[in-house]
Design a protein around this ligand. Structure first.
Ligand code: G3H
Length: 539
């Protein structure tokens, strides 16, 4: 694919740097054990997907660097988290829920004040457009405050004592130990914090490994973590996962693994734990969510939902629509409207007004996508839209491929980028066959108007995927809804409420209900002697 020459609106300039108030950031410290530890070892260089011209050559903008910890430093980070856990007797795990909530509320105040800095780094590091970066920040802020509310509610519900068959008991949710939280590059803030915050607020101590891209955006938040939580409760693990994650997993001292990424990597990480029965996991993994356009679909809204569902953040969402099945009677009309709408999308740098298609952060991504396109076109598909292809370094305009069939890689593989494969079908059984034989089981979108036809599809689909969207794109949110998947798409369920369960275990204090034991319990409760056995709660 040829690059269009003279497109200088895709180039980073000094004027842009000034507007964004940007200068490279060499981060040489990391937070562990409550301290900002100085790192004198090797650094991981961070580059933007956006390019600038240096000596007449386009080169990725250098953003700065972060510590690349070695095995020994990784083990120290784990040790700090273990010290703070202190066999479950640390300050944080035994703290009253109300005090943990206060710590998170403090953090949230500092977090909210750092919005613009984080948003700018997000645009620079992963190429997310400004509107989506701001939305990700605000969504994360809301997630934290919803989590606080959910914990208060949970605490209220657990404050009652239960009487059952002569046993008096108080049942609460207790923390599990040290949690390793690893987020993905496409949502380096939201999806990381969607496990980190619940893990913390439930009393665990955390080793937080930032995503591959989107690391410097966390730097402004480090001080807020340091000042809001007791030492060792939040610890950052930087570096190559094959070194640092391997080192800490092999100790068997990680109690919970929260990972959003590929199922292949998740398998590798889990296998490293020497005592797998001790490891709890919550995983958000691969997906290839299909859209099904039925013969009676209302195409105006179906096309809009499919464009946005397939191409928001250039298709780099685990919930993106990654294959579209259109009934043969509507395929021509669908393709015509769909490609027109896609070709009207604005490509640009993340901060450009209305930029929708933006540069891709992953090294080698365009080559990977090109290979998928070449494979499909060699096997009979053709590119349907006019603007498809690379338009600048790391910036690829979406390609719509049709007709796609089972012989092509794009039919099976998750593209996680701006390619939309379209297939036509005669009977819905063909699409059901695709879904039941797929390794993925996250979500599906069905577009149609006949209640009979929709109902006939809903029942078989709900046992294949975890969310069936009717006339609506696939998506994770609202974050209070369950987010999960079947088969290779996930393990466990995340949502504001479910995450609190994932990072805790039901734990109880019980006694045979004799007058003496009742008096004992009453004494402990009235004098507020225990943080766990307590009927006191935050309103
Ligand atoms: O990458 C996967 C995200 O969980 C998707 O979230 O549907 O809100 O974009 P979203």
């Amino acid at each position: 694919m040829e690059k269009i020459s003279g497109e200088n609106q895709y180039i980073f300039t000094d004027a842009v740097a000034e507007t964004l108030n940007f200068s490279p950031l060499e981060q040489r410290m990391y937070l562990s054990g409550g301290e900002l530890k100085q790192w004198n070892g090797s650094q991981q260089q961070v580059y933007s997907p956006v390019c600038r011209i240096e000596n007449g050559i386009e080169k990725p903008v250098f953003l700065g660097s972060v510590p690349q910890l070695d095995e020994a430093a990784a083990l120290d980070v784990l040790h700090d988290a273990q010290q703070a856990w202190d066999l479950g007797r640390g300050e944080w795990p035994v703290m009253r829920v109300r005090d943990r909530i206060l710590a998170v509320e403090n953090f949230l105040k500092s977090f909210n004040a750092l919005r613009e800095q984080v948003v700018v780094w997000m645009m620079l590091e992963i190429g997310k457009n400004r509107a989506d970066a701001e939305f990700e920040f605000d969504r994360t802020s809301e997630y934290i405050s919803d989590t606080i509310d959910a914990v208060k509610k949970l605490d209220r519900e657990c404050s009652n004592l239960e009487h059952e068959s002569g046993i008096l008991a108080q049942i609460r949710r207790g923390p599990l130990g040290v949690a390793l939280c690893m987020g993905p590059y496409n949502y380096p803030l939201n999806e990381s914090f969607a496990t980190l915050i619940p893990a913390l607020i439930m009393g665990n101590t955390v080793v937080f490994k930032p995503a591959r891209y989107g690391i410097l955006l966390l730097e402004p938040l480090i001080e807020a973590f340091r000042t809001s939580f007791p030492k060792g409760v939040v610890n950052f693990l930087y570096g190559d996962g094959k070194v640092v994650v391997k080192a800490i997993m092999e100790t068997g001292k990680v109690d919970v693994l929260a990972f959003i990424g590929s199922s292949k990597t998740a398998i590798e990480i889990k296998k490293l734990h020497p005592r797998p029965n001790r490891l709890r996991s919550v995983l958000g993994l691969d997906a290839k969510n299909p859209a099904i356009i039925l013969p009676d679909a209302e195409l105006d809204s179906a096309v809009s939902e499919c464009v946005n569902g397939a191409l928001a953040f250039n298709g780099q969402r685990c919930t993106a629509l990654k294959i579209i099945f259109v009934h043969e009677t509507r395929v021509e009309e669908f393709l015509q409207r769909f490609t027109a709408k896609i070709d009207a999308l604005k490509a640009g740098l993340p901060w450009a007004k209305d930029a929708y298609i933006t540069p891709l952060p992953e090294t080698g991504k365009i080559e990977f996508l090109d290979a998928l396109i070449d494979d499909a076109t060699e096997k009979g598909a053709s590119i349907q839209n006019k603007r498809a292809g690379k338009i600048a370094n790391n910036l690829m305009f979406p390609a719509v491929l049709y007709p796609v069939n089972a012989a092509m890689r794009i039919y099976h593989e998750e593209q996680f980028g701006p390619i939309v494969p379209v297939c036509s079908f005669t009977h819905t059984d063909e699409v059901l066959h695709y879904i039941t034989n797929s390794n993925y089981g996250q979500q599906v979108s069905v577009f149609g108007q006949s209640p009979e036809q929709l109902a006939a599809l809903i029942d078989p689909l709900v046992n294949q995927v975890c969310r069936v969207n009717i006339n609506t794109k696939c998506q994770r949110g609202p974050d209070v809804f369950p987010f999960n998947g079947r088969k290779d798409s996930a393990e466990g369920t995340l949502s504001v409420g479910d995450a609190l369960r994932v990072f805790s275990i039901r734990t109880m204090v019980a006694t045979r209900e004799t007058p003496e034991n009742r008096a004992l319990f009453s004494h402990i409760l009235e004098e507020r002697m225990s943080h766990f056995l307590s009927d006191h709660y935050l309103i």
